[in-house]
Design a protein around this ligand. Structure first.
Ligand code: RTP
Ligand code: MG
Length: 148
C-alpha cells in the first residue's frame, strides 16, 4: 500500500490547525501509520529541502521550517501521494482552490501550513528521513472493506 510523508508546518501548529488537517485525511479514508510532534534541526531541514538549496527562498524556507514544532506524519492508502497533494492545494495559497487546505487556511507562499511528498520516490526518502521503522505501525482497520 502506498505511503506518503505529511507535515503540519510551524504556522499550522501555531494556528491550532493540526487537528483539522489530520481530520481531513482521516475522513477521506486514509490510514495514519506514524505521528509525532518534533522540532526540526537546521541539519534535518537542509536534508529535507535539499532540492531547493541555492534558490532565492532557500534561507527563509529553512528559517521557517525550523521556527517551531511541526507535526510529522505518515499516511497510507491508494494513491495517497497524489490525492493528499490535491487535498493540500497549490504551493501558493493565493492560487490554491477553495476546499483545499492551503486554499482554505493560508494566504502567503512562505506560510502554507502543510507539506506533502510530491512523488512516491520523495515519500520514501522523506519517511526514512523523519521516522525510524519502529515508529511506523502496521495494523488492520476494521473498516478497510468500506474504503476504496
Ligand atoms: P512543500 O515541499 O513545502 O510541501 O511545498 P511544495 O512541494 O508545494 O513546493 P516546493 O516547490 O517543494 O517548495 C517548498 C516550499 O518553498 C517555498 N517556496 N517559495 N518564493 C518562491 O518562489 C517559493 N517557491 C517555493 C514554499 O513555502 C514551498 O512550500
Ligand atoms: Mg515540495
Amino acid at each position: 500500500m502506498e505511503r506518503t510523508y505529511v507535515m503540519v508546518k510551524p504556522d499550522g501548529v501555531q494556528r491550532n490547525l493540526a487537528g483539522e488537517i489530520i481530520s481531513r485525511f482521516e475522513k477521506k479514508g486514509f490510514q495514519l501509520v506514524g505521528l509525532k510532534l518534533m522540532q526540526i534541526t537546521p541539519e534535518l531541514a537542509g536534508k529535507h529541502y535539499g532540492e531547493h538549496e541555492g534558490k532565492p527562498f532557500y534561507g527563509e524556507l529553512i528559517d521557517f521550517i525550523t521556527s517551531g514544532p511541526v507535526v510529522a506524519m505518515v499516511w497510507q492508502g491508494q494513491n495517497v501521494v497524489s490525492v493528499i497533494r490535491n487535498m493540500m492545494g497549490k504551493t501558493n495559497p493565493a492560487e490554491a482552490a477553495p476546499g483545499t487546505i492551503r486554499g482554505d487556511y493560508a494566504v502567503f507562499m512562505g506560510n502554507n501550513v502543510v507539506h506533502g511528498s510530491d512523488s512516491p520516490e520523495s515519500a520514501e526518502r522523506e519517511i526514512n528521513l523523519f521516522f525510524s521503522p519502529e515508529e511506523l505501525v502496521d495494523y488492520k482497520k476494521a473498516t478497510d472493506f468500506w474504503l476504496y
